[in-house]
Design a protein around this ligand. Structure first.
Ligand code: HEM
Length: 394
């Protein structure tokens, strides 16, 4: 289906796009990166060229060979060894979040729980020292506030927030560049050292300090709101489907893996990414021309009845579950999927173990965005901590 692009003041409109809504089409376009390019950008609208000149291009907006070079280097952040190291940190953060929750009482699940975990994990990953975290978190708050008004680019408030947003990004670039420089001079065994110093067995490749800044941005954009929204959607889904929640709590370790995949399928935290067609091509009988834009709609693909029987049923035991919530199979498949899975597993375990009757109490306030299926706030409740109900396997 073709959609012309609406005219928005101050935003250059494109030629319109074809919507890919079938699971098979989203998979085909994700796999065939030569025909379906991520350049000039996988997001819509593409960032203006002055912004790319200022901040660099994130790998999600690149094709090979630039993309594969960067992906090879930054994959060092997501090895099983790196993830295992983070696990203790994530566990400690999740426990602290629940301690604070019990002390404060329930107000808003997003600000008290969902927003706190991923950002602390990303800071831990990048080795941001504890004393600098408030500085980083303040700037991330500014960026998040701006993302909440994305739909109203032209309002004075949005323009003011855009200015604050850019300054926050530049400040964070400077901070990680300083960190990178320090690790070049005195390498340790942390991630930043691994990224900015050449690894001999990997062809001597390393990130420039500017690329390190872009990588941090990408982590903040790709790994922050996505995971926090999955947490908020997850709690709402377990509240709306108490049978599924009981099923999970009967055998937490055995079922949490399937539950997380089903939360990501059912809620699709990312709504869409785009591709640009590089050569004339026929997709599912539809001719596409070089230069056409296609938009991959993950929520539609994730409810395609040809791929998922009873697609509107939330079923944590669904198997197989070939959802495309982390992107379709191909070179851009989410690099942080296993990290997100670990965060969700640890956070839900901590929550349900210590607050067994935790549940939402009303409708979420959605984020105005065509990109993030975001939750701005979510009312919830719980009663005093009781004994553990989560079955832990020996
Ligand atoms: C539930 C949580 C998450 C969801 C739903 C999600 C979703 C996605 C999707 C749909 C893509 C595909 C982009 C494309 O095909 O163009 C992607 C890519 C990516 N994600 Fe995630 N993501 C999540 C968590 C994370 C986390 C925790 C991190 C890291 C901290 C992360 C890092 C990335 C990166 C670096 C890419 C770009 C990969 C590339 O271009 O090669 N994501 N993610």
């Amino acid at each position: 289906m073709f959609f012309p692009e609406p005219r928005i003041p101050f935003v250059r409109s494109g030629r319109g796009f074809y919507a890919l809504v079938r699971h098979a089409d989203v998979v085909a376009a994700s796999r065939d990166a030569r025909t379906f390019s991520s350049e000039p950008a996988a997001t819509s609208p593409a960032p203006p060229s002055w912004l790319s000149a200022l901040l660099g291009t994130p790998m999600v907006n690149m094709d090979d060979p630039r993309h594969s070079r960067l992906r090879r280097i930054v994959s060092r952040a997501f090895t099983p060894k790196m993830l295992a190291r983070l696990e203790t940190d994530i566990q400690a953060t999740a426990a602290r979040i629940v301690d604070d929750l019990i002390a404060e009482g329930p107000r808003d699940f997003v600000s008290q729980v969902a927003a706190r975990l991923p950002i602390n994990v990303i800071c831990a990953m990048m080795g941001i020292p504890e004393r600098l975290r408030p500085y980083v978190l303040r700037r991330i708050d500014v960026m998040t506030e701006y993302s909440g008004v994305r739909g109203a680019l032209t309002s004075p408030r949005a323009l003011r927030l855009l200015g604050g947003n850019l300054k926050a990004i530049v400040d964070l670039h400077r901070l990680v560049a300083r960190l990178g420089r320090a690790r070049r001079e005195n390498p340790t065994d942390d991630l930043v050292s691994a990224l900015v110093n050449a690894e001999v067995d990997e062809g001597g490749e390393r990130l420039s300090l500017r690329e390190l800044g872009s990588f941090f941005d990408l982590l903040l954009v790709a790994g922050n709101e996505t995971t926090r929204n999955a947490l908020s959607h997850g709690l709402r889904l377990f509240t709306e489907h108490p049978d599924q929640r009981d099923l999970l709590l009967e055998d937490f370790d055995g079922r949490i893996g399937g539950a997380i995949e089903e939360i990501v399928r059912y809620s699709s935290p990312i709504i869409q990414f785009r591709r640009t067609v590089t050569r004339d091509h026929v997709l599912n009988g539809h001719p596409l021309k070089a230069g056409d834009t296609v938009v991959l709609f993950y929520p539609a693909a994730n409810r395609d009845p040809e791929a998922f029987p009873d697609p509107d049923v939330f079923d944590i035991t669904r198997s197989p579950n070939p959802h495309v919530g982390f992107g379709g199979p191909g070179p851009h498949l989410c690099l942080g999927a296993n990290l997100a899975r670990m965060e969700l597993r640890i956070m839900f375990r901590e929550l349900f173990d210590r607050l067994p009757d935790l549940r939402t109490t009303g409708e979420p306030v959605p984020l105005l965005s065509s990109f993030d299926n975001g939750v701005k706030s979510q009312p919830f409740t719980f009663s005093r901590p009781a004994r553990s109900r989560v079955e832990v396997r020996p």
